[in-house]
Structure formats: C-alpha cells, structure tokens
Design a protein around this ligand. Structure first.
Ligand code: SAM
Ligand code: SF4
Length: 329
C-alpha cells in the first residue's frame, strides 16, 4: 500500500528521489570532478542492483513517485540495464541524467524500462570549448546521441552549467538550437562543491543571463509547475524552451520535493547539506530502513542545507560537502 509519509518539519512533501549509481565518469567536467586525482568507490561498497531495488521500493511505499538515475555517469555501470529494468517495475516515473556519451547503446533499454525523458549535460556547442570543459573529446558523439534521442521521441532536457568568463557566450547558441528542435535547455548557475574551485565571481547569475538574452531576443515567460527547479521561458515560434536553475541567486527550497541517495547508499535530504544517513549499512545488517529515512527527512533544514550564509562563507561550507560527482547531481 502506498502512503504519503515523506513530509519534513516544514510541511514539504517529498516525492522525488535521485539515485546515484556510481561516482565514476567518462568525462572530467571542471565544475563537477575535483582537480585532485579522485578515487572511485570500489564496487563492493556501492549499492548492488537488488539493494537499489530494495531501498527504492521502500521510498516508493513511503510516497516517492519519481526516481531519477544519476551519478557520476550512470550508463557506465555494467549492471545499469538490470537496475533500470528492476526499477521500472515500481509504481514510479523513471528518468535519467547522463552525459549521453553511451546513450545510443541504451536506447532500447530506456524504452523497455519506460524511461521517456532524458537529461543530458552539455555546456557548449563548440568542440574545442567542450574539450576544455570536459577534458575529453566526445562532443560529436553526444550531439549525435541527442539527435538520436529526439528522433525516437524522447523528451530531452539539456543542462548547461554557466560559468562566467568561460561559457556564458554559448547561451545564444543554445537558444538558437531551440528554434528547430523541441529541446528544453536549462541554464544552471554554477554551484560550489568540494574541489571545484568555486568563487562567487564565477557565477553568471539569473539576472545577468536574462539581461544577456534580452539584448538579442524577445522572450515569453512560461508557467512553472509547483516543484519545478527551473524557471521556464521560450522565444515565440521556437520549437523548444529554455529555463534557469537559480540555486545561488534565487533558491527554490520552499517547494523542494527532492531526496538523494548516493551510490554508496547514503541518504541526503538536501544537495547542499553535508549530513548523511547510511541506509546501505543498515539494510545489510538486516535493519528496517524506514525509520532512518523518516528521521533523515525530519532533520531537513529550511534552506540550502542550513549551511550557507551565502554571502560570506559559502566556499568553506561547500568544501565540507562531497564533490558533486560523489553526490550525484
Ligand atoms: N553524468 C551525468 C550528467 O552529467 O548529466 C549525471 C551526473 S551530473 C553530476 C548531474 C548534473 O549536475 C549535470 O547536469 C551537471 O551539469 C550538474 N552539475 C555538476 N556540477 C555542478 C555544479 N558545480 N554546479 C551546477 N551544476 C552542476
Ligand atoms: Fe561526469 Fe556528469 Fe560530472 Fe560531467 S557533470 S564530470 S559528465 S558526472
């Protein structure tokens, strides 16, 4: 029996779980992968396919209605197909975030697992800039795979992390791309995590993005749904839309419905909080994880993990959190 039990102390209902499958990746995005050599978690310490299904089914029974697979790069795991097929049996909408380098290999699995919406990271449409940002050369493959997904009627959202002085000029290329293709592009304010050399002056803010876009285009505001993290817009007559994820300058904590599970089985009640609850160890020692999930949720803070006095000490607070690649964005 499904019940809605996932309320925090501020009355927010949580029905969306993001599960990281791995902290390994085939790209090295500068804003995500720490500079220093990162040790990938050994596979025995990761949740196994049956454990992921087990934990996810407890969340579903408590009221989770949507699960997003993420990472690291979720398509790198050898048992990703098994995991997707197991989770597809739960009464949830299943989605995935990927860099799309391997998406062509998984198109049929996506269909079998009823995954109809795919989020793809891409921060520039210029191959040289792509190599500088990701330290890898898979640009053409990613582009081909985005077109492949579109041609097979997947809903494709493209996530671009905007970093001042690095790629803000590419915003125009992404908007032009929405003219003929039904893509939802989301411009994400650069967020601080351990090892990503974040500085406030590297954030290209929502206001700056709107200004820049307004200098070239007339755009329309679209209606956002209650739990949307993105503020959505479009250019009249264009096939696609664009939006902004404004975690830094206009956080959307008031309507947050998200919970996270790291690849090593730790629950996080907020992306920006360093607090973790070890569900995997509890599961492995035969304990009921339901009370742990509920008490983790009850400790959720009102805003941004309760950690940031955003204008002063943000970088040092971020350093106490995991790197993004180890959380799962
Ligand atoms: N590898 C997959 C991908 O790149 O889509 C899934 C994992 S990735 C960590 C998930 C999302 O986090 C991506 O959209 C990425 O752009 C975003 N992300 C990573 N580091 C970020 C940062 N410092 N600020 C904002 N978004 C970030
Ligand atoms: Fe890998 Fe995604 Fe992080 Fe880029 S953003 S390093 S693709 S996990």
């Amino acid at each position: 029996m499904l019940t809605d039990q996932l309320f925090d102390t501020f009355g927010r209902r949580h029905d969306y779980l993001r599960i990281s499958l791995t902290d390994a990746c085939n790209l090295r995005c500068v804003y995500c992968m720490p500079n220093e050599k990162m040790l990938v978690t050994p596979s025995a310490a990761l949740m196994q396919a049956d454990e992921i299904e087990n934990i996810a089914s407890v969340f579903a029974a408590l009221g989770v209605k949507k699960i997003r697979l993420t990472g690291g790069e979720p398509l790198l795991r050898r048992d990703t197909e098994e995991i997707m097929l197991r989770l597809s049996k739960l009464p949830v909408e299943l989605t995935i975030s990927t860099n799309a380098v391997l998406a062509d290999k998984y198109i049929e699995t996506f269909k079998k697992a009823n995954i109809r919406s795919v989020n793809v990271s891409l921060d520039t449409l210029n191959p040289e800039e792509f190599s500088a940002i990701t330290k890898r050369g898979d640009f053409e493959k990613i582009l081909d795979n985005i077109y492949l997904l579109l041609s097979q009627d997947f809903k494709v959202k493209v996530n671009m992390v905007v970093m001042k002085g690095i790629n803000e000029h590419a915003i125009f290329d992404f908007i032009n791309w929405t003219k003929d293709f039904p893509l939802d592009v989301r411009f994400i304010e650069f967020m601080p995590f351990a090892g990503n050399a974040w500085l406030p002056e590297k954030v290209f803010s929502y206001a700056e993005m709107l200004n820049l876009i307004g200098s070239n285009y007339e755009f329309l505001k679209l209606e956002d749904s209650l739990n949307d993290t993105s503020k959505k817009y479009k250019i009249k007559g264009y096939a696609g839309t664009f939006g902004f994820i404004t975690t830094i300058t206009e956080p959307f904590c008031g309507t947050c419905n998200r919970l996270r599970l790291t690849a090593d089985g730790k629950m996080k009640n907020c992306l920006l909080s360093s607090a973790e609850t070890d569900l995997l160890s509890a599961l492995r020692s035969g304990k009921d994880i339901k009370p742990l999930i509920l008490s983790c949720l009850k400790s959720k803070k009102l805003e941004r993990g309760g950690r940031f006095d955003f204008d002063s000490n943000i970088s040092s607070s971020a350093a106490e959190n995991r790197s993004m690649i180890k959380i799962g964005g």
